[in-house]
Design a protein around this ligand. Structure first.
Ligand code: KIV
Length: 271
């Protein structure tokens, strides 16, 4: 088992092979050109243009308000930066639930107008028709079960999902159904690690976790959280790899000081 293989381009087939080979899949979100360009050169496998853009880019409390046009804008900015990673685009709330024709139209708009490589939808059996229709057009679909933030008003909280037997069983059934329908990978969000491991072992498609423990085939985090830009979000599963909040605060403060003290610009910094 290798820790990191130098794949030229990541495809859905490659992700499937990575699971069989025991190569873990690394996925992060990105929403703009500059961040995606840096991220793609690091060797990330999947870039998710998440509807978490609604929170971290637009400042909304939930993921519900972001629109299809806004997701396409973010995704097309990311696509222009990316050479290697597979770019998956979240289908926003209201563009696929309860109407498979509308779901296909929305997915086609994402693929045509952004150039994304795949779409992600939240839910199981309830959205099976939409998934089937999108797949029938040759568009790869990633599933998303467990905590599904687009259903926040149904759950009422962002706490761990599927702790009870009944919900855990539904999640296992949904995962198997999604695999049967033909999704190429599955995100499991904020569920017990033992349940996530059980699901990962029971399907052949890669299972990517966020707050779902280490027994899955890969991990995903929201970029702004793992970079330490979002100070007020500290779930147990989040590891911060930098303190960009502090670094940026220091840089902005120094700039203000330099402008006010006439230190910036100096002689070399002008024409
Ligand atoms: O929108 C998002 O960022 C996501 C991840 C949390 C998986 O769906």
């Amino acid at each position: 088992m290798s820790v990191h293989k130098e794949y030229k381009k990541i495809t859905t087939k490659r992700l499937f092979d990575m699971k069989q080979d025991g190569d873990k899949i690394a996925m992060l979100t990105a929403y703009d050109y500059t961040m995606a360009k840096i991220l793609d050169t690091t060797g990330i496998d999947i870039i998710l243009v998440g509807d978490s853009a609604s929170n971290v880019m637009a400042g909304h409390e939930t993921t519900l308000p972001i629109t299809l046009d806004q997701m396409i804008y973010h995704a097309s900015s990311v696509i222009r930066a990316v050479n290697r990673a597979l770019v998956v685009v979240d289908m926003p709330f209201g563009t696929y639930q309860g109407n498979s024709k509308k779901a296909l139209e929305s997915a086609i708009r994402i693929m045509k107008e952004s150039g994304g490589h795949a779409v992600k939808l939240e839910g199981g059996e309830e959205i099976a028709d939409s998934i089937t229709r999108i797949l029938s057009a040759g568009i790869p679909v990633m599933g998303h079960l467990g905590l599904t933030p687009q259903s926040i008003y149904k759950f009422g909280t962002y706490t761990v999902r599927a702790k009870e037997k009944e919900e855990a069983q539904k999640l296992v059934n949904d995962a198997k159904l999604l695999e049967k329908l033909g999704v190429f990978a599955l995100v499991l969000e904020k569920i017990p690690a033992s349940l996530a491991e059980q699901v990962a072992k029971s399907v052949k498609i890669p299972v990517i976790g966020i707050g779902a423990g280490s027994g899955v085939d890969g991990q995903v985090l929201v970029m702004h959280d793992m970079l330490g830009m979002t100070k007020d979000f500290s779930p147990r599963f989040l590891r911060r790899y930098a303190d960009l909040h502090q670094i940026m605060t220091d840089a902005f403060s120094q700039y203000i000081k330099d402008v006010k003290s006439l230190d910036f610009p100096n002689e070399k910094e002008q024409y």
